[in-house]
Design a protein. Structure first.
Length: 138
């Protein structure tokens, strides 16, 4: 009875040993993909913080200029100023949705043109790599 089961156990053992390198390669691929995506995320986060800083500085400069004009007695239309400041303040929050929609449309139509399944690939545009087909390190 033990002679009949030994070849089956050896076959299973060799099959498992042959699968181990494949699984390690997959793991390394996913680790590399995660590393690149984290680098992309940290780069985008830094760029967003820089933009936020400049936005706050610009917003403050505009308010200071309005204050100087007010103190100098320059006539201003408060309704127009309020509208412009409101638009300026809401711009970063509204433009994100517009940019995301434009990006989605471009990516979707390009996937139709190239005959590929649409996969959200924001990293491709930023890093010029395609983690879905070439996850290796560059």
């Amino acid at each position: 009875m033990s002679n009949n089961t030994e070849p089956a156990i050896q076959y299973q053992t060799t099959t498992i040993q042959n699968e181990i390198p494949k699984l390690e390669d997959k793991k390394n691929t996913y680790v590399a993909k995660m590393t690149y995506q984290m680098q992309m995320y940290s780069s985008l986060k830094f760029v967003n913080e820089v933009f936020l800083f400049f936005y706050i500085v610009l917003f403050t400069v505009i308010h200071v200029l309005f204050l100087v004009q007010y103190l100098q007695g320059v006539k201003r239309d408060e309704i127009k100023d309020t509208i412009w400041l409101t638009v300026f303040f809401w711009y970063p929050y509204l433009i994100y949705y517009l940019e995301r929609t434009i990006y989605f449309c471009i990516s979707y139509f390009l996937s139709l043109i190239y005959g590929q399944t649409y996969v959200y690939q924001f990293d491709t545009l930023l890093l010029f790599t395609d983690f879905y087909t070439d996850p290796g390190m560059h």
